[in-house]
Design a binder for this molecule. Structure first.
Ligand SMILES: C[S@@+](CC[C@H](N)C(=O)[O-])C[C@H]1O[C@@H](n2cnc3c(N)ncnc32)[C@H](O)[C@@H]1O
Length: 520
C-alpha cells in the first residue's frame, strides 16, 4: 500500500465511512473511533479504521487504551484532588499535555514533565547559536528535556539508570537519522500476521521470562500466547532500530492488557477494583502504538530538516552520580531535570514487567544493583542498615531527620528509623548531584530542578527548600522557587523541636521548580 494513503484526514475518512464530517468529528472527540489529533487536525489510520469497521476492534478497547496511554494511570502520579494552575511564567510541568505530543506520547512516565514547560525554560536559559549549546538532563526518564532540546537544535546529553526508560530515550534520539521504511514494513507484516487465520492456533517459540514472579498470573493464558507470539516476531527482526522500537512499543502497552495496572504503583487490577483481562486484541493494540510511533518519527525527521547542523544526542544508561568520566568539565549550558522525589516511588519495581519481558535485565542481582545505584536508593534498600548520617552541614535538615527517626519506634525499621535512613540517603545524593553538576556546568549556566515537598512518617520535609540550600552550599545561587503545581493537603507534624512537643498542621503538598545559576 502507498504509505501516503494510510493517514487520512477528516473529510477523506467521513467519505470512506459514509457519514457527515460533523458526525465523524463527534465520534473522534468522544474517542469512539480510532484517531489522533495532530495540531488542530484529526488524523485517521486506514488499517485501524478498517479493523474497527470490520468489528474487530471494539470501542471499549479504544477507551481502555486511551486510559492506558495516559488519561488515568500508566506511570502517572496519583490523581490529585485539587491540581491548581501553574505559576505565571511556567506552563504545565505535569506530563498531562505530553499525552498528545509527538514522541512524548509514546511512553507516559511518572513525574514526566510537560514538553511545554521544558521549552519555556530552555528559551529563557539558553542564548546564542543552538549548534554550540549543550542541554543536560541527568535523570532523563523517557526524554522530555532531551527531545525538546533536540527539537530546538541543541546538543543534548542525558543519563537514565532504568534500562526501559533509557531505551525509550535512545529510540527517540536515534530515530531522527533512521530509515522509516524498515519499520513500516515490519508493522505491515505484523498486520498481515494478525489477519492470518493461522494465528488462532499458532504456538509461540518464546517462553515467559524465568525470573519474573508475580502474585497473580501477569497475563491470562490467551493474552500471554499473543504476547509470546509478539516476542517471536521481535526476536526475528534483524534491524536493530526496528527491534528497539518494537520493544519500546510493547513496554508501553503491555500492562494495559495484563492483570495489573498502575495506580500509580504497579498493583493487581483486582486490588484496584477492576476485572482481570481474559482476552485482548494484543497485536491490534500493539500495531496501533507502532503506527503512532511511525507517524511521530516522520514528524521529527521533517522537523529536524530546518537545521543546517546536526545536533549531537547521547543517552547514557548509567547513574549520573558516577558519571564523571563521561562529561567534560564546564561543558553544559543548561540543565533541566526532575529527579526522583522523596516519596519512595519505586521506578525499578514498577518497571519489572518491562525489564523482564523485554529482556532488559539479567537476573535479580542486576535488579538489586539498579536499586543500589538509584538516586536516594529506596526505603526498602536502606531501612535495615545501621543509622545513615548526613554528609553535609545543614543543622535544620539534621533536626528534621532526627524528628523522623523518633517516630513510631514500635514499628522497628518500618517506623522512623527506616524512613530516616531513606531520607538521609536521599539528601546525601542531592549533595552528590550538586558536586557532579558543579564540575560540568559552564559558569553562570542555568540549572532548573523540579521537585516536590513531602510528608515522611508524619513529618513535613521541605525537600525543595533543602535542595535549594544544598545547592547554595556548592556555590550555586538560587534565582527563584516557582510553585508549579499544588497537589493536595496532608496532615503533618510541623514542630521539629522535639522538646517543644509535636503540633499537627495541614500541609500543602506541591511541586517547585528551583532555579539556580552555576558558580561564576
Ligand atoms: C522523575 S523521573 C524523570 C522524568 C523525566 N523528567 C521525564 O519527563 O520523563 C526520575 C528518573 O530518574 C531516574 N534515575 C534514578 N536514579 C538515577 C541515577 N542515579 N542516574 C540517572 N537516572 C536516575 C529514574 O529511573 C527516573 O526515570
Amino acid at each position: 500500500m502507498d504509505e501516503s494513503k494510510k493517514v487520512l484526514n477528516l473529510s477523506e475518512t467521513a467519505k470512506l465511512m459514509r457519514v457527515s464530517a460533523k458526525t465523524l468529528r463527534e465520534l473522534a472527540r468522544s474517542k469512539r473511533v480510532p484517531c489522533q489529533k495532530v495540531g488542530r487536525e484529526w488524523r485517521f489510520l486506514l488499517p485501524s479504521l478498517e479493523r474497527w469497521l470490520a468489528g474487530q476492534m471494539d470501542t471499549s478497547r479504544l477507551a481502555e487504551s486511551a486510559e492506558a496511554y495516559g488519561q488515568a494511570s500508566l506511570f502517572q502520579p496519583e490523581a490529585t484532588t485539587d491540581d491548581k494552575t501553574a505559576a505565571p511564567g511556567f506552563g504545565d510541568t505535569a506530563f498531562t499535555k505530553n499525552r498528545r505530543e509527538p514522541l512524548h506520547r509514546w511512553v507516559p512516565w511518572i513525574a514526566g514533565f510537560s514538553a511545554a514547560f521544558v521549552e519555556e525554560v530552555l528559551s529563557k536559559a539558553v542564548s546564542g547559536d543552538p549548534a554550540d549549546a549543550t542541554v543536560l538532563d541527568p535523570f532523563a526518564g523517557v526524554g522530555t528535556t532531551l527531545v525538546e532540546g533536540l527539537k530546538h537544535g541543541y546538543n543534548v546529553v542525558g543519563f537514565e539508570i532504568n534500562p526501559y526508560a533509557a531505551l525509550a530515550c535512545e529510540v527517540k534520539l536515534t530515530c531522527v537519522g533512521c530509515r522509516l521504511k524498515p519499520l513500516t514494513e515490519a508493522i505491515n507484516k505484523l498486520e498481515d500476521l494478525r489477519r492470518n487465520p493461522w494465528l488462532k492456533q499458532a504456538q509461540p517459540r518464546s517462553k515467559p521470562p524465568g525470573n519474573f514472579k508475580s502474585k497473580r498470573p501477569f497475563f491470562s493464558p490467551a493474552v500471554e500466547r499473543e504476547v509470546l507470539l509478539l516476542q517471536d516476531f521481535i526476536s526475528e527482526q534483524t534491524h536493530s532500530f526496528v527491534k528497539n522500537v518494537l520493544k519500546v512499543a510493547l513496554g508501553s502497552v503491555m500492562v494495559s492488557f495484563s492483570n495489573y495496572s498502575y495506580e500509580p504503583s504497579l498493583s493487581t487490577r483486582s486490588a484496584a477494583g477492576k476485572n482481570d483481562i481474559e482476552h485482548a486484541d494484543v497485536i491490534g493494540g500493539f500495531c496501533d502504538k507502532l503506527w503512532e510511533i511511525a507517524a511521530d518519527i516522520g514528524f521529527i525527521q521533517r522537523h529536524m530538516k530546518r537545521f543546517e547542523h546536526t545536533p549531537t544526542a547521547a543517552i547514557h544508561r548509567r547513574s549520573y552520580l558516577d558519571s564523571s568520566s563521561l562529561l567534560p568539565p564546564c561543558s553544559v549550558d543548561a540543565l533541566v531535570t526532575s529527579p526522583p522525589y522523596l516519596n519512595n516511588y519505586h521506578y525499578v519495581r514498577n518497571t519489572r514487567p518491562q525489564l523482564h519481558w523485554l529482556d532488559l535485565i539479567n537476573g535479580n542481582s542486576e535488579l538489586r544493583k539498579l536499586e543500589e545505584d538509584s538516586f536516594g536508593r529506596f526505603w526498602q534498600t536502606v531501612r535495615s542498615a545501621p543509622p545513615v548520617g548526613l554528609d553535609l552541614d545543614l543543622p535544620e535538615l539534621q533536626q528534621v531527620l532526627e524528628c523522623i527517626r523518633k517516630q513510631n519506634p514500635e514499628k522497628g525499621t518500618y517506623g522512623g528509623s527506616g524512613w530516616a535512613n531513606y531520607a538521609a540517603t536521599y539528601f546525601n545524593d542531592c549533595d552528590r548531584f550538586f558536586r557532579v553538576t558543579r564540575r560540568v556546568m559552564k559558569p553562570g549556566a542555568w540549572v532548573v530542578v523540579v521537585i516536590g515537598n513531602n510528608i515522611v512518617q508524619g513529618v513535613h520535609v521541605e525537600t525543595d527548600r533543602f535542595l535549594a540550600q544544598i545547592g547554595e552550599l556548592h556555590g550555586f545561587s538560587v534565582q527563584g522557587m516557582h510553585r508549579v503545581r499544588r497537589k493536595r493537603t496532608g496532615s503533618s507534624i510541623v514542630n521539629s523541636s522535639v522538646r517543644a512537643g509535636f503540633t499537627r498542621r495541614q500541609t500543602e503538598l506541591h511541586e517547585t521548580a528551583v532555579e539556580f545559576r552555576a558558580p561564576e
